[in-house]
Design a protein around this ligand. Structure first.
Ligand code: NDP
Length: 269
């Protein structure tokens, strides 16, 4: 892997206490960056903080309870980052989860909840961290936002109707922000993931697998059913590597774009 030194830079990862977010925080720490993560569940956050600190003793790490849908909590998180590190160079909008439902079984409230999560889970942290990102970009350094999005944005699935629709909106929003923030030298990109092994899939395994069925068998069977050309789920670190690339100067001439991390599931050319 290409080495890059991020010493002195600050990366913020929402939903950094599990799965893709946790793997991304780890990559930033490994490259020498100071890192701030957030999540709603204090216990999970504490476990993530302990695991990251054990791997990177002496790391500059801030872990704060924050629901990205609560404007006050998001502002308090940004304030804490400002006080502890004094700047933000990279923001990864990752917090969230998918919703499995067809049009027939999605209520108005469920639609609102899903649109709220997918839009405001990005809008609120972006707004709160924007002044710090503007300072960084304005000073001629790397400033970047990367949104974790799904291949559903381009390839909707009827069994995830609300998520697919919201994901398409987020792809559009990412493009708009890239153009609006370009004069401030803030790049904005996203990754489109297919299926990545993570907390939400572990929870589905716990409720949906046959008694005695192993995680490998269950995911392998699903990969076959879903016709994933690479024949397996992605790993959190594989999504994290794409996020890392888009957040750092490795992708300094890329904005308003996305990377497909779906194992070949995309059908379009
Ligand atoms: P995980 O469940 O492992 O991690 C989700 C993280 O987000 C946790 O840290 C969770 O902590 C946090 N989180 C969730 N909701 C909020 C919230 N409202 N405010 C703050 N933190 C929150 O899942 P993944 O790693 O798979 O998910 C990461 C992103 O990738 C999500 O946006 C998901 O929708 C997206 N994605 C994942 C796919 C996959 O196959 N894994 C496919 C397509 C998209 P806590 O619950 O404590 O708040």
């Amino acid at each position: 892997m290409i080495q890059i030194d991020l010493t002195g830079q600050v990366a913020v990862v929402t939903g950094g206490s599990s799965g893709i977010g946790l793997a991304t925080a780890e990559l930033f720490l490994r490259a020498g960056a100071s890192v701030a993560i957030c999540g709603r569940d204090s216990e999970r956050l504490g476990e993530a903080q302990a695991a990251l600190s054990a791997k990177h003793p002496g790391a500059q790490l801030l872990a704060q309870r924050c629901d990205v849908l609560d404007a006050d909590q998001v502002n308090a998180f940004a304030q804490a980052v400002q006080e502890r590190f004094g700047r933000t160079d990279m923001l990864v909008n990752n917090a969230g989860q998918g919703r499995v439902s067809t049009f027939a079984d999605t209520s108005d409230d469920a639609w609102r909840e899903e649109l709220d999560l997918k839009y405001f889970g990005v809008i609120r942290p972006t707004r709160a961290f924007l002044p710090m990102l503007c300072d960084t970009g304005g000073a001629g350094r790397n400033a970047a936002i990367v949104n974790v999005n799904s291949l559903l944005a381009l390839q909707p699935e009827p069994h995830m109707v609300a998520t697919s629709s919201a994901r398409a909106g987020l792809l559009s929003l990412t493009k708009s922000l890239a153009v609006e923030f370009a004069p401030q030298r803030i790049r904005v990109n996203s990754i489109l993931i297919g299926i990545v092994e993570s907390g939400q899939w572990r929870r589905r395994y716990a409720t949906q697998a046959e008694p005695g069925q192993s995680w490998e068998d269950w995911t392998g069977e699903l990969a076959r059913k879903k016709n994933i050309p690479l024949g397996r789920f992605g790993r959190p670190e594989e999504a994290a590597q794409a996020l890392f690339y888009l957040a750092t100067p490795l992708s300094s001439y890329t904005t308003g774009s996305h990377i497909d991390v779906s194992g070949g599931v995309a059908r379009h050319v």
